[in-house]
Structure formats: C-alpha cells, structure tokens
Design a protein around this ligand. Structure first.
Ligand SMILES: C[S@@+](CC[C@H](N)C(=O)[O-])C[C@H]1O[C@@H](n2cnc3c(N)ncnc32)[C@H](O)[C@@H]1O
Ligand code: SF4
Length: 332
C-alpha cells in the first residue's frame, strides 16, 4: 500500500491514518504523528513508538513511495448518500417505509455532490440505500468518486453481489462493504425475507475471496439476541471478518407495524446495545453531525447524519452543500 492511498484525519488529540482503499485505520497521538513525519523526512528517532510506526511503514509502504498523505480538514470529511430508495427486498424492520421507485440521486447529481464535497475537503463517501446495487449507475457513481480519490464505502444487503460485481468493486478499490446478516438462516430471513440468507452469505464469500474488506451489521431482536456472540466469532473464523456490530431495531417505518422486532429498553441495556441517538438538530448538535458529515437522502433532502433521518435541513436541488453546512453551523 502506498502512503498516497492514506489520509490523515485529525481529531482533538489524535490523528488517524485512514486508508482510502481498504479498511486499514491506524491511530496516533501527536508524538506518534511527529515521529512518522520525522521518519518520512529521514531524521529517525528511536523509541518504542517509533519502532511500531516503522513497522507499519515497512508493512504498508511500497518501497520508495515516501510521499506525504493528504491531511483531512477538521471540518467536513464524510458525505453519506442514499443513492436510491428502491430495494429488492421488503424487510420487516426497515425504517424506509413506502419505498418510492422514482426517488433516486441521478448520476449527474451524484457527480455534482462529489465535486462539491471534494472542494469542501471531504475524503469519504458512504453509499447506502434502499439497495445501492438496484441502482443501474452504481458502478459509474463509485468510479467517479474514486476518480477524485475519495474513500468509498457501501452498505448493502449483498443479495445482488456476484463474482463479476465483486471483481469490479475490487478494481475500483472500494474501501469497505458493510453487509447485514442477522445470525442463522431462520433469524436472518425472519427480517430480510425468504431466500436471502444464502445469497448474502455467498456475497460475503466472493467479496472476501476478491480481497475486499467486509464488515457486518447484525440487527438484534428477541429471537436472535443469544446468537450474537457465537455468530461474531464464527464470522471471524470463517471469513476473517473482525467487525460485526449489533443494532436494535429503531421504531421507524415498517417496524411500527411489526412490534415483535422491537427490544425493550431493559433488553437493550442488558445486552449493551445502543439505544438510539440523543442528538437533536432543534436543540443544537454537539457531535460531528452536520459539520464533519452530511446525509443526503434519495429525494435530495439533507440531514446532519443518517441517525437523524427525519430532520430536514434543506434540499440539494435548492442549496449547495456549503450553504447547508452553514445553516447547520448556526444551530450549534
Ligand atoms: C437501510 S439499510 C440500506 C443497506 C441495505 N439495503 C441493507 O439492508 O444492508 C442500512 C442498514 O439499516 C438497517 N435498518 C433498517 N431499518 C432499521 C431499523 N428500523 N432499525 C435499525 N436498523 C435498521 C438495515 O438492516 C441495514 O443494516
Ligand atoms: S433494510 Fe435494506 S434490504 Fe431491507 S428493505 Fe430496507 S433497504 Fe431493503
């Protein structure tokens, strides 16, 4: 891996070295970063931390490729785009109810969003849906973002991913695919529907075989809660997947009609599951939402983050991303 494929993301007292083309992510304190820079400049220091950094550099830099990585602005870094609302499935818990076939971000609009995000200093685009692989121009969208050296991640149910698509995603050097798998066949299909388990499992297999990084979402409800821990280690053993995040169902969309998929606050507490987001646009945001990230919905409405999907700050067909960020900054 070349250093030019990495980006430095500063936060309060830390720096992350984040890969634009894989899920590699290293964190340094100020001393660590200074040491990296000294090593790159050829004035090495000794010390345990330096040795560790040298090890990383040796592992991850192609010989002679000592170029400085870009430094991410502390402001806007991540644009999340719901490219399409349409989906090939009808999950019991999906927060997107009444998926409208015509709600989609066109290729030209997507390109304009990427151009604006890039000019504002963003280095990452997170693609979601609906189901992104239902979108006919998904590969052109990914290709455009990658042509600007943006780090691309995709959330998908995996059902439409085959060997050919996996190879194309690898060629485009997509950094990460996050698929959803909710334990065994019965538990997964209870939410995702019949004949979805094997295709998703096969997608994980072909993506990993083609050298792509895969994370999993595990949607937790009463009947699969006890599977989470063994499922996590099974995914690690079988596919080398190290990140399987469990999420409870939020009371949105189809879940409002399928109350059996909801966990009680007590159950969430007992199993250490996140209990929604406590941020509010109206009361003023205290996290990075709306500053370091923006979420563009398939109808063009913009929210500070995908967790605050009901908040509408404005629409991309009316405002530029800079204007929308300015609007949100006023709310802090
Ligand atoms: C909207 S989907 C889009 C990507 C893709 N279609 C998929 O299912 O993975 C993104 C993630 O949100 C999860 N999700 C959908 N509705 C939810 C809800 N009401 N509560 C919690 N997670 C939900 C999905 O299970 C999936 O892991
Ligand atoms: S959770 Fe994903 S796969 Fe299921 S209906 Fe919603 S968008 Fe489609």
């Amino acid at each position: 891996m070349k250093l030019e494929d990495m980006i430095i993301v500063p936060s309060k007292d830390k720096f992350r070295f984040l890969s634009l083309v894989s899920n590699d992510d290293f964190e340094f304190n100020q001393f660590g970063l200074d040491s990296v820079m000294l090593i790159l400049k050829g004035t090495e220091q000794l010390g345990e931390e330096t040795q560790f950094i040298k090890h990383i550099l040796r592992e991850y830099l192609a010989e002679g490729q000592f170029e400085y990585p870009r430094v991410q602005t502390e402001q806007f870094s991540n644009l999340a785009v719901e490219v399409i609302q349409k989906c090939n499935l009808k999950c019991k818990h999906c927060y997107l109810d009444d998926k409208k076939a015509n709600e989609r971000i066109s290729l030209s609009t997507f390109k304009s969003l990427i151009d604006q995000a890039y000019d504002l200093g963003a280095s990452q685009v997170s693609i979601t849906g609906g189901e992104p692989f239902v979108d006919k121009s998904i590969f052109e969208k990914v290709q455009y973002a990658r042509s600007k050296d943006m780090r691309v991640t995709i959330n998908t149910n995996g059902v439409l991913i085959d060997e050919t698509k996996a190879k194309r995603l690898k060629e485009l050097r997509v950094a990460l695919l996050t698929l959803t798998l909710n334990g065994d066949k019965q538990s997964h299909e209870y939410l995702y529907g019949k004949e979805t388990y094997e295709p998703t499992l096969n997608a994980i297999k072909v993506l990993k075989e083609n050298g792509l990084d895969v994370n999993l979402n595990f949607i937790a409800y009463k009947d699969n809660l006890s599977q989470y821990i063994p499922f996590k280690s099974e995914m690690k053993t079988q596919f080398g997947i190290s990140k399987v995040d469990a999420f409870p169902v939020s009371f949105d969309g189809s879940a409002r009609r399928n109350l059996d998929v909801m966990l009680s606050p007590q159950e969430k507490l007992e199993h250490n599951l996140p209990d929604g987001c406590n941020q509010s646009y109206e009361r003023g945001l205290t996290c990075g939402a709306g500053r370091t990230m923006l979420f563009v919905k398939s109808n063009g409405n913009v929210t500070p983050c995908s967790q605050l999907a009901d908040t509408n700050v404005g629409n991309i067909y009316e405002y530029t991303l800079q204007e929308l960020i300015n609007k949100m900054e006023i709310k802090r």
